[in-house]
Design a protein around this ligand. Structure first.
Ligand code: ATR
Length: 265
């Protein structure tokens, strides 16, 4: 039987998940296909029904549905529960399970860099869907302090309710930090800028951008110019996909140079 998998989102046009999953499907000689589907919130329930009927065997979920998909599921993994964010769905023993592989993806992605996270201080920019996953991963990696800054402060305060130890920083200001993480959507367009004082804060610091397409946002470009080490979100993306692949196929696909080259758009 040809198993069917989908990534759902809005927008979805630029998703590279089909490329990655179909490559691994082929490499492992599996009978399956993986497509992308543009969706409206009102269509989610119907789609989950397709998973229930086993017409679809697995879903990846991206912006803006990672949280709004939750009411339609039967059970959440611990990771999905704690992050209130689902990026991977499948059926197990007649139950529709919502799982989160972003936490592991972010963690392994960071571990592939030479950066030490333990006992360091991080400043996260943004308070969108992926931020709880990042916070949980950083805590697992024994970060000593997390600062959070978001344009809409209310959303940052909602996150502080869940993790009271986090310190909120006014948008546009910068705390002391070892690692700064852009988890906003600023940078998806090449002209986007985050207005911080790169010249005075970049030297010997680590700048991480969740965005991987474009490869180097202005945030990373400018920081690098002033002496920072930088990394984009490519490895996070690959490893969240690898973990999702494992949940569905029970095979951990290999991340080799060919895999990395697939994403060089
Ligand atoms: P969602 O909030 O629906 O989960 P997201 O794409 O995951 O969407 O998150 C977008 C993030 O980028 C938010 O933190 C958003 O800030 P607001 O909460 O203030 O909307 C941030 N963002 C997007 N465009 C921005 C801009 N021009 N300036 C500052 N922050 C921006």
């Amino acid at each position: 039987m040809n198993k069917k998998f989908l990534v759902i989102g809005n927008p979805i046009e630029h998703s590279l998940s089909p490329k990655l999953h179909n490559y691994w499907i082929k490499k492992n000689n599996l009978k399956a296909s993986y497509d992308k589907k543009f969706l409206e919130q009102g269509e989610i329930q119907q789609l989950i029904l397709e998973v229930r009927k086993e017409k679809i065997h697995g879903l990846n979920v991206t912006v803006p549905f990672k949280k709004t998909v939750i009411p339609f599921l039967d059970e959440l993994s611990d990771e999905a529960k704690s992050s209130q964010s689902v990026n991977t769905i499948y059926k197990n023993k007649n139950k529709i399970i919502g799982d989160n592989t972003d936490i592991e993806g972010f963690k392994i992605g960071l571990e592939t860099t030479s950066q030490i996270i333990k006992n360091k201080e991080a400043l996260i920019l943004g308070a969108g869907g992926v931020v709880l996953s990042i916070i949980i991963a950083l805590k697992k990696m024994q970060i000593s302090k997390i600062y959070l800054s978001n344009r809409t402060e209310l959303k940052a305060l909602e996150i502080k309710k869940i993790f009271p130890e986090i310190e909120i920083i006014e948008w546009g200001k910068v705390s002391s930090f070892d690692i700064i993480i852009n988890a906003t959507s600023i940078g998806l367009n090449n002209k986007d800028e985050i207005n911080i004082d790169y010249k005075n804060i970049s030297q010997n610091k680590f700048f991480y951008d969740v965005i991987y397409n474009p490869k180097e946002t202005n945030f990373l470009k400018k920081a690098k110019r002033y002496g920072a080490q930088t990394e984009n979100g490519k490895m996070m993306f690959i490893y969240q996909a690898q973990k999702a692949f494992f949940k569905w196929h029970n095979i951990l696909p290999v991340v080799d140079n060919e895999t990395l080259n697939l994403l060089n758009t």
